[in-house]
Ligand binder design. Structure first.
Ligand code: FAD
Length: 479
């Protein structure tokens, strides 16, 4: 029977990155994948959606060409070509990961795998009727779209993101249920191609896990583009007749029905744990997600879990980092503890929404006394120069020490700032230190510096009343 140091079940960003790190550390690895390596992210998530969103950017530029003094007569916008391009991008990246795995000496085994009783001191994985022994197992099987009672997915009119990524003709009318990142990205995409989009969200704002100020501005921006955003609204039912769905929702203003050619269900994810034989193996779960400790160890010694199947923070880069930590722990290295609050979060509609760290409310709930600073892009040279002034940066800081607790961004292509925001969080920088750092001019990054300075009323490019200028606030830190 083949025997390995590590058997990894699932070849998404969590699993394939874990496999590559293990190979770097000279551990023998078998990677079991029932579909294509790259997982949800490369095949049906992050990558194809971002490729389509790039097309949406181009569509919007061409549509607004006259604003730039460019005449374009009768442009056509072919969503089918965008889908073809996105699938090519997927194939290129999946091919790249296959090559990386092969070159690293990782044995990729195709088929659905599950846990089985292993010999003493090792574990057993069964795949397509064959057994494999491994000293350690990493479960990286991911998750898929959660079904919503009342909205049965038929793959033709009522869709998950999987089918939506293949829609070649923009629906005349679309209803998006759920205003998380997946929902608002598709709303932006289809609206860019001319669909009449209605978003239905149960909570109070769009992108409801973000700072509410971001969701409120995103809603205003979407409404300015003729999208309808129904917040605090519950889905009651979806009925499909032929190619038309009737979506019934209820909210503060009562019950109403909306007709649409496409309904996207984007209300969260359920973990892939059903066929893994977890119970018999003794691996503990909580509401379906595998329970892990700081080293990604499950309740069974030698069995680890990473990525969406752990439900910690369902993002590709988090899965990747968890994979590295699990492998380094197996290899006996001292590994840092992953602080999930400090993970960057990005939504790629336009305006983009990004964040790191605590929201203002979250920081208060965690016991901090906070101060905040905001800097509007209307006051930023670079934003004015490129004609994209919608949005702002908000910094949340600890009042007594000035340590930055959270950075929140909304604006055109503003997620490019997440790298700096992440470093500020990692280095536990204070607002004074961020204000110290000289930022290249003109760049969007200046908005972070200004928002940090604004927490002490010291932003330079915000007009202030004279009385305030001559009477500086007490306690403004000096350099
Ligand atoms: P997955 O990527 O789901 O990989 C799990 C793999 O395990 C799959 O390949 C599956 O086939 C395999 N598998 C499952 N069970 C078995 C088994 N029994 N045997 C063998 N193989 C098995 N995240 C971001 O960070 N940024 C984004 O921009 C972003 N955009 C997204 C857009 C969309 C439309 C969606 C749906 C998601 C997006 N995500 C994004 C989320 C991201 O895709 C996931 O967080 C990420 O893929 C999780 O990685 P993972 O390795 O845990 O699982």
């Amino acid at each position: 029977m083949a025997s390995y140091d590590i058997a990894i079940i699932g070849g998404g960003p969590g699993g394939y990155v874990a496999a590559l790190r293990a190979a770097q550390l000279n551990l023998s690895v078998a990677l079991f994948e029932r579909d294509r390596v790259g997982g949800l992210c490369l095949n049906w998530g992050c990558i194809p959606s971002k490729a389509l969103l790039r097309n949406a950017d181009v569509v919007n530029l061409v549509r607004d060409a006259s604003k730039w003094g460019i005449g374009v007569s009768n442009p056509t916008f072919d969503l089918g070509s965008a889908v073809d391009r996105s699938r090519k991008v997927v194939d290129q990246l999946v091919g790249g990961v296959e090559t990386l795995l092969k070159d690293a000496g990782v044995e990729t085994i195709h088929g659905a795998a599950s846990l089985a009783a292993g010999a003493r001191g090792s574990h057993s994985v069964v795949c397509e009727g064959k057994s494999y022994e491994a000293k350690h197992v990493i479960i990286a099987t991911g998750a898929s779209t959660r079904a919503l009672p009342g909205a049965p997915v038929d793959g033709k009119v009522v869709l998950t993101s999987h089918e939506a990524l293949l829609v070649r003709t923009p629906p005349k009318r679309a209803v998006v249920i759920g205003a998380g990142p997946v929902g608002v990205e598709f709303a932006h995409l289809w609206a860019s191609y001319g669909s009449q989009v209605t978003i239905v969200e149960l909570l109070e704002t769009l992108v409801p896990l973000e700072d509410p100020e971001m969701g409120r501005l995103l809603k205003r921006s979407f409404e300015g583009r003729r999208m309808t955003c129904l917040v605090k609204t519950r889905l009651e039912s979806v009925e499909v007749h032929g190619r038309i769905a009737t979506v019934t929702v209820s909210g503060d203003e009562g019950t109403r029905s909306i007709e649409a050619e496409a309904v996207l269900v984007a209300v969260g994810f359920v973990p892939h744990t059903q066929s893994l034989n977890l119970e018999a193996s003794g691996v503990a779960t909580d509401r379906g997600f595998i329970v892990i400790d700081d080293h990604m160890q499950t309740s069974v010694a030698g069995i680890y879990a990473i990525g969406d199947v752990t439900g910690k923070l369902m993002l590709a880069h988090v899965a990747m980092e968890q994979g590295v930590i699990a492998v380094e722990h197996i290899a006996g290295q001292t590994v840092p503890v992953l602080d999930y609050v400090q993970m960057p979060r990005a939504t790629f509609c336009q305006p983009q929404v990004g964040s790191v760290g605590y929201t203002e409310q979250g920081a208060k709930a965690a016991g901090y006394r906070v101060k905040t600073g905001r800097f509007p892009l209307t006051a930023l040279g670079k934003a004015i120069a490129v004609g994209e002034t919608e949005g702002f940066v908000k910094v949340v800081a600890d009042e007594p020490t000035g340590q930055v607790l959270g950075i929140h961004l909304i604006g055109h292509d503003i997620n490019d700032l997440l790298g700096e925001a992440t470093m500020i969080a990692l280095l536990e920088a204070t607002t004074v230190e961020v204000g110290f750092a000289v930022h290249a001019h003109p760049t969007l990054t200046e908005a972070i510096k200004e928002a940090a300075l604004a927490t002490d009323g010291a932003a330079i490019h915000i007009a202030r009343r004279k009385s305030l200028k001559t009477a500086p606030q007490q306690g403004v830190p000096t350099r």
